[in-house]
Write a protein of this length. Sequence first.
Length: 257
Amino acid sequence: MAAKWALITGASEGLGVEFARLAAAEGRDLILVARQAAKLEALAAELRDRHKVAVEVWPTDLADAAEVETLWRKLALRRHVEIVVNNAGLGYNGPFAGDDIGREMASVAVNVTALTILTKRAASHMTRQGGGRILNVGSTAGFMPGPNMAVYHATKAYVLSLSEAVAEELRGSPVTVTVLCPGATATNFARDAKMEGIALFRLMPPAGAAAVAKAGWGAMKRGRRIRVTGLMNSTFAFAPRLVPRALVTRISALFLK
Ligand SMILES: NC(=O)c1ccc[n+]([C@@H]2O[C@H](COP(=O)([O-])OP(=O)(O)OC[C@H]3O[C@@H](n4cnc5c(N)ncnc54)[C@H](OP(=O)(O)O)[C@@H]3O)[C@@H](O)[C@H]2O)c1
């Protein structure tokens, strides 16, 4: 049980790659999870070479809850997992009343179910081990309903609520839970979610992935509960407390068209 490991989900692309780089730069041994094994292997080779850390690649489909449970059981069996970054996530921009439900259900499975399993397993493992840090990647989407991205916004509201509640349960213990809430960030997320043409991405220049990950990583290490990145995003997160909810939803719809 000597080595202490950091588990990072969604490490094949975007923010996950940056979280992995931050962890490796601190000399941490890493477990990288996503579906695209070749990308995980390429990142693992980079990190082993540059930082001389141990990196294991665990290709996993996080949309499959049984695979998530198996992943955790196998990796935590003989390892002390000190950090878990629940970063993997996906969204979809389009009318809710369409016929295709596959992508929306995948986002519930990854953003909600897999994150819940790993947060729960990690919280009890870390409590037994005497400490640890959990970083859940939410979104400013979690602060308001999202017409045309109804399921994604709902999943991120869940991530925010779950993370705050568990952090409160663990208050005063050596296990902390942090939720990072970025706004538009320059990764493949917007392209894959069919969001590139919407007002949010046209009007607001996306933040760099490295800077967003660094802000989240720092907040996690300080044990902060919530980190919203960027002044404009902080305004988006705070304003719904002052405005009637129906109006918040109307305004949100304008940004998601
Ligand atoms: N980019 C933004 O504007 C933005 C804003 C706010 C919040 N976020 C949140 O930030 C997090 C990271 O997103 P990103 O921007 O870095 O997006 P990204 O570049 O599209 O990366 C998403 C990651 O999630 C993984 N993933 C998706 N489905 C998976 C599955 N079924 N099983 C395993 N891994 C899966 C992908 O890996 P594989 O495809 O290899 O499986 C990939 O590594 C997400 O939770 C997202 O909701 C993003």
